[in-house]
Design a protein around this ligand. Sequence first.
Ligand code: 6R9
Length: 688
Amino acid sequence: MSDNKDSHPKLHIHTHDPDLKFDPPKRVAEVAHVQTFAQYEKMYEQSVKEPEIFWGEIAEQFFWASQPTGAFVQYNFDVRKGPISIKWMEGAKTNICYNVLDKNIEKGLGDKIAFFWEGNYPGDDKKITYKELFEEVCKFSNVLKQLGVKKGDRVAMYMPMIVELVVAMLACARIGAVHSIVFAGFSAESLRDRILDASCDAIVTADGVWRGPKLLNLKAIVDKALDFCAEKGKPVKSCVVVKHLTADGDATSKEEKGKRPCNSLQITMKDSRDRWWRELMTAASDHCDPEWVDAEDPLFMLYTSGSTGKPKGVLHTVGGYMIYAATTSKYSFDLHADDVYWCTADIGWITGHTYVCYGPLANGVTSVIFEGTPMFPDAGRLWDVVDKYKVTKFYTAPTAIRSLMKFGDNFVTKYDRSSLKVLGTVGEPINPEAWHWYNTVVGNGNCAVVDTFWQTETGGHVITPLPGATKTKAGSATFPFFGIVPAILSEDGVEVKGPGQGYLVFKQAWPGLMRTVYGDHERFETTYFKKFPGYYCTGDGAKRDEEGYLWITGRIDDLVNVSGHLLSTAEVESALIEHDSVAEAASVSHPHSIKGECIYCFVTLNEGEAFTEELSKELKQVVREKIGPFAQPDFIQNAPALPKTRSGKIMRRILRKIAVNDRDVGDTSTLADESVIDTLFSLRCPSA
Ligand code: 6R9
């Protein structure tokens, strides 16, 4: 038995009562933008009944070079009535870069720190003010122009979590170009596909990056991708390379894991195509007028894989995304001028776009950009960084929380976390066990925990508590954000009123909703609007409890139907994780001759625990007791690690294949570590 068990026995007090409510901490509520639930309800009501007034007032806080030419909002969600279309403030001209930089500097924030940059290696850090960021962005805007990039052109980015990535994004936005960021962990093939789909003319990258103790030569991956593009007759004209790891001058220092400079990295530059960032920047002017673009002009595209099929280029436009990113950031994290805010997500994901870059900058706060990983050099890194910068609002993923829990509380408690006020999570349903640990151990029971549900497609939070106003329940994303009208539908499209479970859909448009799939509007309509005409379909399941709280139950494809009882994988997993020996769990459906489907589970044990036949029996019993006899898993297998996407989501599609011993697991390019597949095949339950 590991020490871990004894370190948080108190967690077990709560986990059996899903209805236990947690009041917003007084110190958070007292200063919050929204201080009571009644105030939330009032604002919510206006936001959905009079969206043009609600969002119109918010839009007034931004700069518009001209006003909308038609209706403030116009949309069609019903395929039977014509093409799906969503438009906010069409005809109005603005620029998001101007709004998050120039305007903040005009307000007197020029010398305020925009970002603390914290490198992979502790001690490697720097900071940049709003004014300095603005100058860098203007310079890079001129660099892009000089390379021939114009309004509407797509620019790919394949970069580590460094300030230059934010500079490049904002520079695109400043000149009206469209960024397409590809997480710098994708293979050359995945990068190639995304560059080709978006017909990018230019790419911005870096020499390399340390991710924990692992060294990645990004430039070599980009070279490979660009060679493919050239072979296809679609060469990328320019490639700008940030010298991040390799040293310019004397590089004689001994190389150390995770540390800069890194002498062993071999970089080749192709004369006609590749240019060093620093050289281009030195020569560039720091004056660049913003391009006034239409509210409905594209701002960026970002690929999302979904569970099957080729990645979709989710397209967001300028005006609506800007006000939605700003407003969700302000209210969900209750941002104030003195906050130090930290979202650990990589900018390569939507969470990084909205809540590392655009949202916090729009609110003029100071944030942390973190290049490293939660485990390097040890499991205390996140809390070390919280302590170092006195972070007040912190945002991470359940997968990070679960993986840190395994190492016990000491890694957390040895750091001072008294600055923390709001703790956010995103990415997956958070099981109550992890929620309680986050709340009690990380937050000392003194922070507001906000479980924010949203998608690449939704642009920002759609279901989330507000830190000062919403009583939370462990594992519930609670209530809709302003402007969001959720509904739960049965399989045949009937709205479930009151308590019940089904498909989570939205009934009306909000500013941050995606506008199309790049180059494939039909795919957009089919994926999100055809199954239930008149609704935007999230593809997730949800449950509404007696008190109206919403609980996300996971992707609809991940449901299990046992003898006619429909179960969400999240429920089963949550029950398993409550067991002291279990760190993570994933459950999938498996064919069964009598029940139709049965449940097959994969469990990752806490450090120091051993997988035994007895434990397997015990775990089956746990699920049986917690959910009901019908839910008892037929199979439990040991899983030293689970197949996860690079953003930390468990790929249950692959687990379903492993459970039935089908080696044809399909596309694994989005997996963080492909080797886990072989390990899991070797450990599968032979009788299944
Ligand atoms: C922001 C982001 C979207 C999918 C979404 C859902 C899952 C995200 C969640 C959550 C339960 C939460 N998801 N947040 N499930 N509770 N708080 O993650 O975007 O990468 O597009 O993924 O993630 O399944 O549909 P994206």
